[in-house]
Design a protein around this ligand. Structure first.
Ligand code: AMP
Ligand code: ZN
Length: 119
């Protein structure tokens, strides 16, 4: 598995930095965002160090499919209400101009009653 010892999210995966975990399996980790925009705001990351969506190849197609299937389940478990009146937002900032600050692939999942702090 790719890891980068200087990466903050790889350190979370390794347990070297604490996080409020929501979910973990062999492939993914989900934890609450440290600076939430919304009443529910967590991140889903592959445990392997991929920089961003732009770093992926067709070999990661199935992994991305599994991540997308996991997200709605975790959103409900984290307190998002079912749609259509509930729901959630998924965001994947990619690259500097995409607003990406942490260079380890992550999806934001945000939801809960509005107004939100941001967004
Ligand atoms: P971005 O790279 O802009 O998509 O966002 C990175 C996100 O990671 C931000 O929303 C941060 O609040 C969040 N973040 C950074 N460090 C931590 C951490 N140690 N634990 C939880 N969330 C973090
Ligand atoms: Zn990493």
């Amino acid at each position: 598995m790719h890891t980068d010892p200087s990466c903050v999210f790889c350190k979370i995966v390794a347990g070297q930095i604490p996080s409020r975990k929501l979910y973990e399996d062999d492939e993914f980790l989900a934890f609450h965002d440290i600076a939430p925009w919304a009443p529910v705001h967590f991140l889903i990351i592959p445990k392997a160090h991929w920089v961003s969506m732009a770093d992926l190849s067709p070999a990661q197609e199935a992994m991305m499919g599994r991540l997308m299937m996991l997200a709605p389940r975790l959103a409900l478990e984290a307190g998002c209400r079912p749609g259509p009146e509930g729901g959630f937002r998924m965001v994947c900032n990619t690259g500097a101009e995409g607003g990406q600050e942490v260079l380890h692939l992550h999806w934001h999942v945000m939801g809960g009653p509005r107004p939100w702090a941001r967004g």
